[in-house]
Design a protein around this ligand. Structure first.
Ligand SMILES: [Zn+2]
Ligand SMILES: [Zn+2]
Length: 144
């Protein structure tokens, strides 16, 4: 079992329950137009995990999926519409929205897709123009 922590999360109504174990590969904020449009919020607070770290423990049949692009398969609860996570198969990671795993201490390390921002956050963290190089982006940073 090791000393990996397990965090429980769920959708807005509670129909879908899941847990993630271990440590996220990265945490931060995404400012892209797709995240904003889908979430109806100004930024998306993400935590990225290896897919095997995530286990749906209840309500798997109630999870809806939509992929506008092959990069992001966005998932929500079909009962309440609450957002859950986004599969990023090309990155080999899943974004479990920070807001649905409140027990996890959210420690954002980076802002991504900052060229698309509508909400400037002057927190001294790196502002990637698009994505880091090791995630297929330019690796270019913008001023805080
Ligand atoms: Zn729900
Ligand atoms: Zn995004």
């Amino acid at each position: 079992m090791g000393d990996d922590k397990t965090y429980t999360g769920g959708c807005f109504c509670g129909e879908v329950q899941f847990e993630v174990s271990g440590h996220p590969a990265a945490m931060g904020y995404c400012h892209c137009e797709s995240c904003r449009h889908w979430s109806a919020g100004p930024v998306n607070a993400f935590t990225l995990w290896k897919p095997e770290a995530l286990k749906v423990t209840r309500g798997a049949a109630s999870i809806g999926t939509y992929n506008k692009t092959p990069i992001s398969y966005r998932k929500w609860c079909k009962h309440c519409g609450g957002h859950l996570f986004t599969d990023h198969p090309t990155m080999g990671l899943v974004d479990v929205y920070a807001a649905v795993i409140p027990q996890l201490a959210f420690e954002p390390g980076v802002h991504v897709n900052y060229q698309e921002t509508v909400l400037h956050i002057h927190d001294g963290k790196a502002k990637m123009k698009d994505m880091p190089k090791d995630m297929g982006g330019s690796g270019v940073t913008l001023p805080d």
